[in-house]
Design a protein. Structure first.
Lengths: 316, 295
């Protein structure tokens, strides 16, 4: 167990370094001078050169990378060009909002996905299975940004039950746990939950069908164990994989929230990325992507380690 | 004992058994869901290809006086958009760019990813480490994030969006290709070919490709649905196709402001993306079971 954890961590380190290289490169694959968006149009050559030295753009790429990485490791991701505030502050505030939305969505998706998956797996090839599997295909096929729009049309524009945009009354971006704030979360969280719902339902269906076909289940039944008892055995066998898929899905939602956040104007990392892209705020773009990608890698590592702890059959 | 010569013996004519692809085709044709999906896709593809003949109006020609007409307006079967352009015509024309944007990245990634994966899997050793660890880095990004990061940094535009999506789909395809090839490499018939003196290139061309391309292909088809959603998503964010070109994701974006006026007209482009993506998923599922690929 300890050896496996250590090996996984050692294996993850170069991936993290590679992710940092890709994030660093983002600024440099971007067309045009990286200084162009902060320089006044009539900047003198002298000023340009001074700023270039100040930002370190006159150094070689490896030198720039090491300087940038050193600062990033100390929590300094640079300054946002558009707002003038530190990127770290901006990203952390947005991450909190997105994390909350993604966690709620993953939870809803997990519950629904497990339900559909168990029903489909248990009653394999029955009409119930067909219906539950259809729900799963729907979940993985629907363009979620469109689903968000449709939900807004029905529940906001037509019925007026839930607000259509924002994370709180009066454009508030600070989250509070009250009914007012919760009502703003309903539609984006439901929209987002469709993705993990579909994937978890597919995984659980396959798992359950596979477990039920194994000989130990026939053995349990032969020994007269109640159907509930058999069910509990199935749950125990399916749980590690299902939970692992859930963990990975949380990471996907966190990184892929930009479309849903754009539809619902949710003040999270997606909105931040959106404004960073369209204001050509490269430090903000780079910082946000670095934080989200690092989070995803570390989350995957945690999921792997936890899964092997939960499931002693996994020997890797 | 009668002496029966060989020529007098009753020998049944040799019957050629149906080939692998014939079996796959037969199984696929029997799969009703997959056939419906294929028919829908074929219909949309034909409509997109023959858009100039099929579309009732010019997709770029709008009259402000006609803006945001409801579905079922005489002359505008599916209503009009925010600039008074005919929705039906725009949806038909939109299929061209949307299908192109959705399918191209997967095709390119299939070629590049398979090549990388097969080389890594067959060569093993340091080549494998170098290729696969690089792939791991890109695989470490959530797909939406990587697509948005790359096309955001490169700047909006069709070419950049296609490039970003191709980069997104190479890692998963390469990983599948590598694992299938690695498994195949140690099988007996490859050993036999190597022992009889066949060079690496010959073995890959004759023995490896035929056995690995099937599973990789099935996997790649399952990515087209994701690619459709992502590609239109990039346009929806303003990172893909630029106005006034008709593309479903972009149309969805520009119609967002109209959801309080003509909600169902505004939802139409998304319904098209959904229809295509679900059809590709069902076709891919059918193909997988027809080819008996387990993953």
């Amino acid at each position: 167990m300890f050896g496996y954890t250590l090996r996984r961590i050692i294996y993850t380190a170069p991936v993290l370094l590679g992710v940092a290289v890709v994030c660093f490169a983002l600024v440099h694959i971007s067309p045009g001078d990286p200084l162009i968006s902060i320089l006044p149009a009539d900047a003198s050559v002298d000023l340009q050169n001074r700023l270039r030295t100040l930002y370190g753009f006159d150094r070689s790429y490896p030198e720039q990378f090491i300087l940038w990485l050193g600062r990033a490791l100390q929590g300094d991701l640079g300054t946002s060009i558009a707002t003038g505030r530190p990127v770290t502050t901006e990203v952390m505030r947005a991450v909190a909002n997105t994390l909350m939305l993604a966690a709620v969505a993953t939870f809803i998706g997990f519950v629904l996905g497990c339900f559909f998956g168990f029903v489909a797996g248990y009653f394999s090839n029955s009409p119930l299975d067909k219906a539950a599997s259809a729900a799963a295909v729907f979940g993985v096929s629907v363009p979620h940004y469109w689903l968000g729009m449709v939900l807004v049309i029905i529940f906001s524009a037509q019925l007026g039950w839930f607000p259509a945009a924002g994370a709180g009354p009066g454009g508030s971006s600070q989250w509070k746990f009250d009914m007012e704030h919760l009502s703003y979360m309903v539609l984006p969280a439901l929209t987002m939950s469709v993705i993990p719902m579909g994937i978890i339902a597919r995984t659980v269906r396959a798992l359950v069908a596979e477990i039920l076909a194994q000989e130990f289940v026939i053995g349990l039944r032969a020994r007269g164990l109640s159907e509930l008892g058999v069910f509990l055995h199935v749950v125990k066998n399916a749980a590690p994989t299902a939970l692992a898929v859930m963990g990975v899905q949380l990471g996907y939602l966190l990184g892929g929230s930009i479309l849903i956040e754009t539809v619902f104007s949710w003040p999270g990392t997606g909105m931040l990325l959106n404004s960073a892209i369209f204001q050509r705020d490269l430090p903000l773009l780079q910082g946000t992507i670095l934080v989200l990608a690092m989070f995803f890698v570390v989350l995957n590592l945690a999921v792997d380690v936890l899964q092997s702890a939960l499931d002693p059959r996994i020997k890797r | 004992m009668a002496d029966i010569s060989l020529s007098q013996m009753q020998v049944p004519d040799a019957v050629r058994s149906a080939g692998y692809w014939q079996n796959v085709g037969a199984r696929l044709v029997r799969d009703k869901t997959a056939m419906v999906a294929a028919a829908v896709l074929l219909l949309l593809l034909l409509a997109a290809i023959f858009a100039p003949l099929v579309a009732p109006m010019d997709p770029l020609d709008g009259r402000m006086i006609n803006r945001l007409k409801p579905i079922g307006t005489p002359g505008h079967l599916l209503g009009t958009d925010e600039l008074g352009r005919d929705m039906l015509s725009r949806l038909i024309w939109g299929g061209r760019l949307s299908l192109l944007m959705g399918v191209t990245p997967v095709v390119l990634a299939f070629v590049i990813g398979s090549a990388l994966g097969i080389i890594a899997g067959y060569a093993g050793g340091w080549t494998n480490t170098l290729i696969m660890r690089t792939i791991d880095v890109f695989y470490a990004f959530p797909s939406v994030l990587l697509a948005v990061a790359l096309s955001g940094a490169l700047g909006a535009g069709l070419g950049n969006a296609l490039l970003s999506l191709t980069v997104v789909f190479i890692p998963p395809i390469a990983r599948v290709a590598e694992s299938v090839t690695t498994r195949l490499r140690s099988s007996d018939f490859i050993e036999a070919a190597r022992a009889s003196g066949a060079g690496a290139l010959t073995i890959v061309r004759v023995h490896v490709l035929g056995n690995v391309l099937g599973p990789i292909f099935v996997y790649a088809t399952s990515l087209i649905a994701v690619s459709m959603i992502l590609a239109s998503g990039l346009s929806f964010l303003g990172l893909g196709v630029r106005p006034p070109n008709p593309e479903w994701g972009l149309m969805l974006n520009t119609l967002r402001t109209a959801i309080y006026v003509q909600p169902w007209v505004a939802a139409l482009p998304g319904a098209m993306i959904f229809m295509v993506s679900i059809s590709f998923n069902m076709l891919s599922d059918g193909l997988r079971s027809a080819m008996e690929v387990r993953q």
